[in-house]
Design a protein around this ligand. Structure first.
Ligand code: ZN
Ligand code: ZN
Length: 391
């Protein structure tokens, strides 16, 4: 680990990061920079774009100029109190950008396009050594403040990144090089929604050709699961949401049917699965009620994969006899059970040669100043993914 905190002897001034300096490099080396970032000052507080001071990259760290950052439900959960958070908090954890400055000893080159990784693996702990880097035990980074507000308060960063900002300073193991020239609003999604959705299908559930799938909750991750299920060869792909407005998006993403989550849901699913229920249900909301719904839609011996990140006091109740008799598997998929360092480059290559089309996932792009409005749309369940783009 490197020391991510501002050195007490660091200059307190800071250099404005010129938006006209793509790739950076114009400011003096090893000086803090001032950038604009989307900040929440408290749980439920209004989101505001503020000037914040980033430290110079220390040993093994890099500064990345952000090109695009998605507005993900986990950011919203940090703001509305579903997930515990410390404030002031820079939002954002799904982003792409360009390496602008490297700290001492970094192996990366200025100008390299990258995707940010919110769960960088230490490669040394018990889980990393057994090939499960998504469960890495080194989780200190997201809890350590980095940089400060314009009025000198230490800043917390969503999932250790705080990527809804003009730039971030992160450990170099939290960045993954990608090919140049990818559409930034799509490349950004590789870092959370797409890696999570694709990984849940390929790595966690291992959906096989001809299998049936139900996806409960059609935000960015749910839509990514639908599209991954289609690519995995699933033949019955049921998209389920409470909002009828998601129908067209779901069908465009790869669903064979769209079903409203209402009293008739179980009957509708059984009508499409020879009365058995689906082989795989993916819960992409993170609530006890939807986890129970996913459980009920799954056939005997099938698997429920929980992809949504829920609240710690939202308890799921299942009957003991039901657990035994149904022989279902209930498990979670953390970051798509993936190794981002290995899998993001594969997805980026698929995006580059058009094998992967993420256009349907991007509902629109907005400038940083309109990010608070994008959060409002996310909270209302409008669209798929709203992406903040920066020049
Ligand atoms: Zn996310
Ligand atoms: Zn580890």
């Amino acid at each position: 680990m490197t020391d991510p905190e501002l050195s007490p002897t660091a200059p307190t001034g800071g250099t404005e990061l010129s938006p006209a300096a793509p790739g950076g490099g114009t400011e003096p080396a090893s000086a803090p920079v001032i950038v604009r970032a989307l900040v929440a000052r408290g749980s439920g507080a209004e989101l505001r774009v503020e000037r914040v001071r980033l430290p110079a990259p220390g040993p093994g760290e890099v500064r990345v100029t952000i090109r695009a950052a998605g507005v993900c439900h986990s950011d919203l959960s940090m703001v509305n109190g579903t997930l515990a958070a410390r404030f002031p908090l820079v939002l954002g954890h799904e982003a792409t950008g360009v390496v602008a400055e490297v700290g001492p000893g970094s192996q990366l080159t200025v100008g390299t396009p990258v995707v940010l990784n919110w769960a960088p693996a230490c490669r040394a702990c018990w889980w990393c050594r057994r090939g499960e880097p998504w469960l890495c035990a080194d989780t200190t980074a997201p809890t350590v403040p980095r940089g400060e507000t314009d009025d000198g308060v230490p800043l917390h960063l969503t999932l250790g990144l705080g990527a809804l900002a003009e730039a971030v300073v992160v450990p170099e193991r939290a960045v993954i090089p990608i090919p140049a020239g990818l559409p930034p609003e799509q490349a950004a999604l590789l870092g959370c929604a797409v890696l999570t959705g694709v990984g849940a299908v390929r790595n966690t559930a291992r959906v096989a050709p001809g299998e049936s799938v139900a996806v409960v909750g059609l935000g960015g991750v749910g839509l990514a699961v639908l599209s991954a299920a289609r690519r995995a060869g699933a033949t019955t792909i049921l998209a389920i949401d409470v909002a009828e407005a998601k129908r067209d998006l779901a069908l465009a993403a790869g669903a064979t049917d769209f079903l409203l989550s209402d009293d008739r849901l179980s009957k509708e699913v059984r009508a499409r699965t020879e009365s058995r229920g689906v082989d795989h249900a993916f819960e992409c909301v993170g609530r006890a009620t939807t986890i129970r719904a996913a459980w009920r839609l799954t056939r005997r011996g099938g698997a429920v994969t929980v992809v949504g990140m829920g609240a710690k006091d939202d308890m799921v109740s299942l009957g003991a006899l039901d657990i035994f008799h149904s022989a279902r598997t209930l498990r979670s998929s953390v970051y798509g059970s993936s190794d981002p360092d290995r899998e993001v480059p594969v997805l980026a290559a698929e995006l580059a040669d058009s094998a992967l089309d993420l256009g349907v996932l991007v509902s629109g792009t907005v400038p940083l100043d309109e990010a608070p409005a994008a959060f409002d749309r996310l909270a209302r369940g409008e669209g798929a993914r709203w992406v903040v783009t920066l020049d």
